[in-house]
Ligand binder design. Structure first.
Ligand SMILES: [Zn+2]
Length: 84
């Protein structure tokens, strides 16, 4: 079992899969929001930024009779119960 929030990365310089987390910051560009994460390679000490786009937050639907919140493009689907 591997945690789903640890995608496989490696050093862009030497391809070593061993690196250290250095910093994280959120940047807002005209075209969207991004999270920049800084890593440092344990093998060659190369440091790099990894940029991941943050999807825009869905506007909350106040109208209970409106389209399904889980499927905004569909009419009410009746399948918005939590699956836990
Ligand atoms: Zn490296």
């Amino acid at each position: 079992m591997t945690p789903p929030d640890r995608p496989k990365r490696c050093c862009p310089k030497c391809q070593a899969a061993s690196y250290l987390f250095r910093a994280r910051k959120t940047v807002e560009e005209a075209e969207g929001k991004y999270v920049d994460t800084k890593y440092r390679c344990r093998s060659c000490s190369h440091q790099w930024w990894d940029r991941v786009a943050v999807p825009p937050e869905m506007p909350q639907a106040d109208d209970a009779a409106g389209p399904c919140a889980s499927h905004p493009l569909l009419p009410t689907c009746g399948d918005d119960r939590p699956r836990t």
